[in-house]
Design a protein around this ligand. Structure first.
Ligand code: PMP
Ligand code: GLU
Length: 397
């Protein structure tokens, strides 16, 4: 049947995070005792004050189309959030609210990229960047990093990756999947390189901004000279435990914001009205209201790093944010575990699912084939049990 579908969709890879989560869900439905560490999704409920705002919005009949780029008071609230948390001076005309940060990223690729434009992706990168860029005709240019550099790129690496075709650089900090957080000093070094290339735009994906244990956070747009060439992406899915509400937003130069609005005017007509009203409550709140979740993630990070360090052959950086660990598992490549030959990280992920009943995602999907990504957004009991099973599956003869 594939010949009936467009070349565009046939060329697109399935999202590995969502595919692994679906597989884990199916196996669970069949009665298997699966622990899923595949999907990056908080296990908390959306805070009550946000749910109340949504209920009020329903009662107040927010049931019609919103402005395509988002309600005016939501955009005002987002500007205040950018000022409060990031020292960024955006006006409402710089803001576009979309159906999840994923759609924000999709819009950006569609409005910025022509066929053959290169986009630098420090690897590992979030799984969907690659395909979103490809769908827009762009060429992802991966810049590898390693545990030794805490999975961050240096200014020299950035400089070396730039060609006359480079249009953009996309990165996330805190990073999905490595949890790495770029400091102001590191970003200033990268910004110095970009100063020499005024036509290169940056996508700074800050969706894990608040899930950060490093005590430091910097939006690259706040570095002098960068505001006009940065698109700051954020959303409520992760920090506010609102993945299903599907609200993301950007702060961007006005011409880019206008183009994104034009784009989604033909595609979605704007984001869900009730979820937008709830998002006002979320972005207006003092981020301290999230402390109980952030503290729980921090505790789990420490637990999981300890459990991984206890498994022979695995190497790991200490992630400073988000809720993922990204161990190097290459020690096991070429080995045979309980009769199964493991040639790469994808084989290892499938082996762990079959043998340990633990779902993970291959690092290949994130541009680092030596690693596996595991989400620790689940209870300490589940995490302890999952890593007990993983250790057994890897070490028991
Ligand atoms: N960026 C990163 C780095 C993510 O991990 C995710 C995960 N969902 C997104 C963007 C998309 O977020 P949303 O759910 O708001 O579409
Ligand atoms: N961002 C999450 C993850 O990386 C959710 C899944 C997705 O949107 O692809 O697991």
């Amino acid at each position: 049947m594939n010949n009936l579908l467009s070349d565009r969709i046939n060329k697109l890879s399935t999202s590995q995070t969502l595919a692994m989560a679906a597989l884990a869900r199916d196996l669970k439905a069949q009665g298997r005792d699966i622990i899923s560490l595949s999907l990056g999704e908080p296990d908390f409920n959306t805070p009550d004050f946000i749910k109340e705002a949504a209920k009020e919005a329903i009662d107040q009949n927010y049931s019609t189309y919103s402005p395509v780029d988002g309600y005016a008071d939501l955009k005002e609230a987002i500007c205040k959030k950018f000022k409060r948390d990031n020292d960024l001076d955006y006006k409402p005309s710089n803001i576009v609210v979309s159906t999840g940060a994923k759609q924000s990223l999709y819009n950006i690729a569609q409005v910025m990229l022509n066929d053959g434009d290169e986009v630098i992706l420090p690897a590992p990168y979030w799984v969907s960047y690659f395909e979103i860029i490809k769908m827009a005709g762009g060429i992802p240019v991966e810049v590898p990093t390693s545990i030794e550099s805490d999975f961050k790129i240096t200014a020299a690496q950035l400089e070396a990756a730039i060609t006359p075709k480079t249009k953009m650089v996309w990165y996330s900090s805190p990073c999905n999947p490595s949890g790495s957080v770029y400091s102001r000093e590191e970003l200033t070094e990268l910004a110095k390189v970009l100063e020499k290339h005024p036509n290169i735009f940056v996508v700074s994906d800050e969706i894990y901004e608040h899930i950060n244990f490093s005590g430091t956070f910097c939006s690259i747009a706040s570095i002098p000279g960068m505001l006009e060439k940065t698109i700051t992406v954020n959303g409520v899915a992760k920090a506010f435990a609102m993945t299903g509400w599907r609200i993301g937003y950007i702060g961007a130069p006005e011409f880019i914001a206008k183009a994104c609005t034009k784009m989604q005017g033909q595609v979605t007509s704007g984001a869900n009205s009730i979820a937008q009203r709830a998002t006002i409550a979320a972005v207006e709140a003092d981020p301290k209201v999230l402390n109980y979740m952030v503290e729980a993630f921090h505790k789990r990070r420490d637990l999981v790093v300890g459990l991984i360090q206890d498994i022979p052959g695995l190497k790991i950086n200490v992630p400073e944010g988000a809720f993922y660990v990204f161990p190097d598992v290459s020690y096991y490549f070429g080995k045979t575990l309980k009769g199964t030959h493991i040639k790469d990280a994808t084989d290892l992920a499938m082996y762990l699912l079959a043998e340990a009943n633990v779902a993970t995602v291959t690092g290949e999907a994130f541009g680092n084939p030596d690693c596996l990504r595991l989400s620790y957004a689940t209870s300490e009991e589940q995490l302890t049990e999952a890593f007990r099973r993983i250790k057994l599956a890897l070490t028991e003869k």
